[in-house]
Design a protein around this ligand. Sequence first.
Ligand SMILES: [Zn+2]
Length: 199
Amino acid sequence: MPVGQWFTDDSGRWWFDSGSFALDFAYTGGIPVAVAVAPARLNSPDDLTAWMRDRFPMPVAPARSRDLFDATSLRDAIARLALAAGRGETPATADIDIVNLYAATPDIPPTLDGGSRQAGRSVQTVGQALSTIARDAVDCFGESNHGRVRICAGDCGIVYLDTSRAASRRWCSMQRCGNRAKVRAHRARKSGKVALSAA
Ligand SMILES: [Zn+2]
C-alpha cells in the first residue's frame, strides 16, 4: 500500500510520510493536529469512498453509513494507540481490541498479475479494506516497531512511524520542523558568538 500524503499549512503544501498506511488513515480526523494541516476528513460515507478510491490500488465498493461508523471507530482507535505509543504510555486494551477485531476479518487478498481472470475486476468490500488497514496497524504497533512510533521533536504534535534503518528520524518532515530547528540552532549559535565578541 502506498504511504504518505500532502499536508497543507500556512507555510504551504508539504509531503508527510507517516511511515504507515494505518497512520495515514488515522490522519483523516483521528489525530488532533492543526485543522489546516490534515487534508482529508471522514464526515460522510462519500468521504470514506473517496479516501478508499484514492488510497487503495484496487477498486473498493462505495461506503454506506454503517461502514462510516466502523471506519471512524477503527480510525480513532489507531489514533489513540499512536498517541499513546508516541508518548510512551500504556495503550488502552479497548483500542487494542478494536484493532484486533477488524484485523481478524478477511482483508484484501494479495494477487499475482498475469492470471486468466482480468485484474481489477473484482471489487473489494469496505470491510476488507478496513481489515487491511487494521492488519497494518497490528504491524505498526507490534513488537518489531517498539519505540519507533514517535511524536515529532518540533512542536507540531505529528505522530509517525520511524522506518529508517538507524531508527534516527526525529521530525514530521526534515523540510518542515527539521529545518525550523536547524534555523533556530543557527540563530542561537550566531547570537552566542555576538554575545561572546561583545564581552
Ligand atoms: Zn513536526
